[in-house]
Design a protein around this ligand. Structure first.
Ligand code: NCD
Length: 304
């Protein structure tokens, strides 16, 4: 049985297949309305979510399937102290596929070890968020018509931002991609990721200067400072508004830059940017449903 736990398993070949499937869904939605008829998706969300949970639920409903689940730790038996392992043993009997979001790194992996149905990681603490990466890849592909030979700026909380970690894992597998990592010193990428990039000869630079480095970028992936992962509020307050992308900073960027953000946005992107054609973050959120439809079908082996 296949799961999606870690973005390192999103190879260019696998991503290409899912992107092609998502693009076909976008163009021919009527062909997919009964693909998962009779199947049930469980959404097990121990942490808050808007886009990820709702797009998964919408995806399954659009495929003719059904959904069940919980949207907070408090409304599940986790509040009574039940382990993820036991919950998954039980949910395996109620659904055909499950999506899990949890505050602990490794929770989705644990879930997959005790589950007899495919598990999708929808975010495990500050570690990974592979289905956001699939959404990101579909978006980048729609803008640049390729996923290689790109200069990818990642800006903000690169330490705790799980979407960043997963995007680096996947985009490093394509030829000639360069990463420009923009963050305050305290929020640089984790050591394991830097070591992996060095070992694999992935090209990257680390800087604190967005204004200067934006010039070279084909993609600028802004992120929220992850308040819920901080040990103290003072550090969060000091760092949260380090980078605010506004018209003035964007004036230094390329004409075909794609400004992305996994959302939710706080202050990191000024709303004056929303109407700029380079702002693709709302399209990115919409694409989440299509790629998740492709993923659900693939893991349930319903792909034509
Ligand atoms: C992200 C997450 O949960 O990691 N949100 C999302 O799924 N689109 C980003 C964030 O919360 O900052």
């Amino acid at each position: 049985m296949r799961h999606l736990i870690d973005a390192k398993t999103i190879t260019p070949e696998y991503a290409g297949r899912l992107i092609a499937s998502a693009e076909d869904i976008i163009n021919n939605p009527q062909d997919y309305t009964t693909k998962c008829k009779g199947k049930i998706l469980a959404t097990l969300f121990y942490e808050p979510s808007t886009r990820t949970r709702l797009s998964f639920e919408s995806a399954m409903l659009r495929l003719g399937g059904s959904v069940l689940g919980f949207s907070s730790q408090d409304s599940s038996s986790a509040a009574k102290g039940e382990s993820v392992a036991d919950t998954l043993r039980v949910v395996s009997g109620y659904a055909d596929i499950a999506v899990i979001r949890h505050h602990k790194e490794g929770a989705a992996l644990v879930a997959s070890l005790y589950s007899s149905i495919p598990i999708i990681n929808a975010g495990d603490g500050g570690h990974q968020h592979p289905t956001q990466t699939l959404t990101d890849l579909l978006t980048i592909h729609s803008v640049h018509k390729k996923l290689d030979n790109l200069t990818i700026g990642l800006c903000g909380d690169l330490k705790f931002g799980r979407t960043v970690h997963s995007l680096i894992e996947a985009m490093s597998q394509y030829k000639n991609n360069k990463f420009v990592l923009v963050s305050p010193q305290e929020l640089i990428i984790p050591d394991y990721l830097r070591e992996k990039m060095l070992k694999n000869n992935v090209s990257f630079t680390e800087t604190e200067d967005l204004k200067q480095s934006i010039k070279d970028m084909d993609i600028l992936y802004m992120t929220r400072v992850q308040r819920e992962r901080f040990f103290n509020e003072e550090d969060y307050v000091r760092l949260k508004d380090t980078y605010i992308l506004d018209k003035q900073k964007l004036s230094n960027a390329k004409e075909n830059l794609a400004v992305m953000h996994p959302l939710p946005r706080l202050n990191e992107i000024s709303t004056e940017i929303d109407s700029d054609p380079r702002a693709v973050y709302f399209r990115q959120a919409h694409y989440g449903r299509f790629i998740r439809m492709a993923l659900i079908m693939d893991l349930l082996e319903e792909v034509k």
